[in-house]
Design a protein around this ligand. Structure first.
Ligand SMILES: N[C@@H](CCC(=O)N[C@@H](CS)C(=O)NCC(=O)O)C(=O)O
Length: 206
């Protein structure tokens, strides 16, 4: 890629890690700019006007243009690479898992991790406290579905790692922070080990 790439991020966020992991696996250099979401640094008028009107990170800046939404940013980086299947069905299946991650996985597993690890139970609103059992149930269902899918394959789509794995990995491997016990999902644990062993893998803390 010829343009300078800047990742606007909060490094403890799994959504931001997806983008860093995609770039690392492909050897794409990224500059990083950190925002403290706990201090509202993605909600300033300047951020909303110039970076993302939705007030959230990650945002991938490619030259003078900005790509919000983690999975879209990963797709931009990986376009034309081995991380996106060439076969149209497999490509659509990869997108299926990426959309599923955003609807069924991240809003439950990542949100519980954030509420437990950053907000704290006592600071949750009454509406959030009411959602706790529902999010837990939905998070368990998501991990179970992943575990069942992995009964027949090593990777979510096709014979090797794709963006489906990269986008599911960040919040799955830290799901214990959301109160989920990964030992109940042995195939997911084995898949986590496989992702960890991918060439050029970087950990979340890198
Ligand atoms: N669907 C978005 C979610 C982005 C998101 O929720 N970002 C959080 C951190 S993981 C954030 O910026 N929170 C700060 C805020 O909402 O003010 C994506 O995948 O990028």
């Amino acid at each position: 890629m010829s343009e300078t790439l800047v990742l606007h991020e909060y490094s403890a966020s799994g959504n931001c890690y997806k983008v860093r992991l995609t770039a690392a696996l492909l050897g794409i250099p990224l500059q990083r700019r950190e925002y403290d979401i706990m201090k509202g640094e993605t909600r300033t008028p300047e951020f909303l006007e110039k970076v993302n009107a939705n007030g959230r990170i990650p945002v991938l800046q490619a030259g003078g243009r900005f790509i919000p939404e983690s999975n879209a940013a990963c797709h931009y980086l990986a376009d034309g690479s081995r991380l996106i299947p060439a076969d149209p069905f497999d490509h659509a299946d990869m997108l299926r898992w990426m959309f599923w991650e955003q609807y069924n996985h991240e809003p439950n597993i990542a949100t519980l991790r954030f509420w437990r690890g950053w907000v704290g139970h006592d600071n949750l609103s009454d509406a959030q406290k009411l959602q706790l059992p529902l999010k837990r149930e939905a998070g368990v269902a998501a991990l179970k579905l992943m575990d069942e899918h992995l009964a027949d394959c090593d990777w979510f789509v096709g014979a090797g790692i794709t963006l489906a794995d990269i986008c599911l990995f960040p919040y799955t491997h830290v799901a214990e922070g959301g109160g989920f016990d990964l030992r109940e999902y042995p195939r997911v644990e084995a898949w986590i080990a496989r992702v960890n062993s991918a060439p050029h893998f970087i950990p979340m803390t890198a």
